[in-house]
Design a binder for this molecule. Sequence first.
Ligand SMILES: NC(=O)c1ccc[n+]([C@@H]2O[C@H](COP(=O)([O-])OP(=O)(O)OC[C@H]3O[C@@H](n4cnc5c(N)ncnc54)[C@H](O)[C@@H]3O)[C@@H](O)[C@H]2O)c1
Length: 272
Amino acid sequence: MTVASTAHPNHNPAPVTIEARRLDGKTIFITGASSGIGAAAARRFVAEGADVVVGARRIDRLESLVDELTSEGGNALAVHLDVTDEASVAKAVQDTVERFGRLDGAVNNAALSGAGAPIVDTDSDYVRQVFDVNLMGVYFSLKYEIPAMLATGGGSIVNVSSVGGIIGMPNISEYIASKWGVIGMTKSVALEYGGAGVRVNAIAPGSTKTDMYDAWLPTPEAQAKVAAYSPMNQIALPDDMARVALFLLSEESRWTNGTVIAADGGQHVGCF
Ligand SMILES: NC(=O)c1ccc[n+]([C@@H]2O[C@H](COP(=O)([O-])OP(=O)(O)OC[C@H]3O[C@@H](n4cnc5c(N)ncnc54)[C@H](O)[C@@H]3O)[C@@H](O)[C@H]2O)c1
């Protein structure tokens, strides 16, 4: 679709072209795609023309998602993936390239929630597991996604952090630390590969209605209390996060690199 530009003399008079489908021709890999934000991202990206590879441990759920996407005319592949296992991540990326011939985008989304206890009451094994999934998982993903993207001239990576990656929160300190770590890795790797054509950005979701959210806050009262932290006084839907990731994967963000987009209704600005 072509939109006529306004005639203001300081504006470039060239018509603005809006691509009908912003991910046409692109192959996108999503980790932790068996539920929540990852599954919503797969649906959104297929609707925008992408070939999508969904990775997670629950292969039955992924296969149902792939059936749904392909029945709607999309191209999708399910791969078994444990992001804590380097060989599993390497194979998932390799399977992606073998099936679709390229990798243009990735959403590093898989994560575990925090234990829900003050630090002295946390279980060290669980805390180590959170760092393994949330930080090592993003590290392994970047390590194998970037070379695959470089092989076809570049790409765009979205690391899923959290509003808890830009502020502190009590009783989930290991989760918060892991999400700050994701942002540090995002910014540093963006500096390493921006010049080669791979952009790396992060999104910082606020409260979003998913399995993780329901497990963290199992009662309506607890959910209402947390929703009130957002100036918009509600929680997001998974597709709200998928839309932000879509922007970062599309050419519309071609000059955006190493940044964090908070998609939290303004929660991080302050709780007043
Ligand atoms: N829901 C929220 O309120 C919220 C807020 C801020 C950030 N986030 C972030 O959004 C992302 C998606 O979470 P969600 O809310 O959709 O929850 P979710 O639990 O539905 O999704 C997380 C996914 O990661 C997968 N996963 C966990 N360990 C894995 C492993 N070792 N290998 C592969 N996959 C693994 C899970 O199976 C699950 O499908 C996470 O990074 C989460 O930290 C969510």
